[in-house]
Ligand binder design. Sequence first.
Ligand code: NAD
Length: 495
Amino acid sequence: MQANEVLSHFGLKHAGDHAIRSPIDGAEIGRVSYDDAKSADAKIAKSVEAFRAWRNVPAPRRGELVRLFGEELRANKTALGRLVTLEAGKILQEGLGEVQEMIDICDFAVGLSRQLYGLTIASERPGHRMMETWHPAGPVGVISAFNFPVAVWAWNAALAIVCGDSVIWKPSEKTPLTALATQALFERAVKRFGDAPANLSQIVLGLRDVGELLAKDRRLPVISATGSTRMGRELAPVVAARFGRSILELGGNNGMIVAPSAKLDLAQRAITFAAVGTAGQRCTSLRRLFVHETIYDRLVPSLKSIYAGLPIGNPLEKKTLVGPLIDKAAFENMERALASARDEGGKITGGGRALENEFPNAFYARPAIAEMPDQTPTVARETFAPILYVMRYSNFEDTLAKHNAVPQGLSSCVFTQDMQEAEKFLAASGSDCGIANVNIGPSGAEIGGAFGGEKETGGGRESGSDSWKAYMRRQTATINYSDALPLAQGIEFDV
Ligand code: NAD
């Protein structure tokens, strides 16, 4: 299925002012038109209207819409997965995996639609009952990044819809086609559902200025924004200034400690998937590897030989494991980071442009290993490319401290068979990240857990566990069924 066929599969027309090019070969695969302030404003107004109707629909019935949407995703997994590959450049296995993640969160949300529990709390006053109810929050603005063009929206939208909210989505300007295809599937589910309000889910397209319009708008009580730390730093004060709630999923700089007792065959596979998968363009990609000095000379040469044989190429082809970077700017960032790592004493293996003759208008890069003398400023920055910084260590506690000494706090892991090291890594004084794994790489999370990270990663949580609470407002209600009016704290106030 080529781009045209995929787009017509979703009923999308090849029309609009802005060309969308595939990172695979730079060819135009579609066109879109951007929203302006006026059309965005009208869509937000429609979102409010949809919310007012949807909040009164019983939650289990809301779950039924998400169930139908999950069915549409199942039936169209191959086409949507392929479009993810065409538009974002990740290998087809990962494109399909991304759609599977959408299906999984739909299943989760359907169950959740019958479990939006509040508490009953003991009142200190006789003849009183106190309870907590979770109500829908309002229209939710979702701003998403290019590297998970559809799954991140689904994490937000599936929960928001069962929570009784409407959704307005500003996808990355680099990946609007997958967003339009997803919206088409959602509309099919709405049609089968029968009586959902119009405009329950909408899309606004454009550059960051359209994201800024959502951030500013008081009608959107929740803004869930995924992207760079730079974006979060700009957006958070705008949302906070109007006392909105933001869910921030920002940059990561994820580390792994490989201890002497580690099963090196497992570590090696985990390292390779996490460092070169999605061409190093996952927020959870492995970027910092701390290897114990006693195993360094076994593990690192072996990684280098795996890297030398990595199949780089067209992500639609089955044998490919490393697809293209999203664009030229991403490649230039990688080159710049490697140059400054070299200046800081790094020894670089790999790197540089690949397949330039075959794909002159696309940017394939050879994944790089940078052996660093220490955690230098370049290592402490997130470069969204397949660069693995490797450092030797001798003491576990010191290395744990170093692991935590970067501004980001998304994902982390330790490979060890030593129970003390594993527990220390997970303890209060261990990894300071939102995600901490033992004998599993830092990327490839399941939807059942809450996803997100600390510090410059933004602090937001999405997806599983009790992340749904961010899409609702909590109401504490006290009911007096007595004939008296006792005041809390025993205060007397007789009139
Ligand atoms: P980006 O920050 O360039 O853009 C992300 C989105 O934000 C886009 O839709 C963009 O138009 C919008 N945007 C940019 N500036 C804005 C502003 N000031 N106000 C409102 N909206 C604005 O990010 P990207 O290059 O698309 O994605 C890569 C980054 O995203 C990496 O840093 C990666 O770590 C991060 N990311 C984080 C997670 C996570 O869950 N923590 C997941 C995926 C990606």
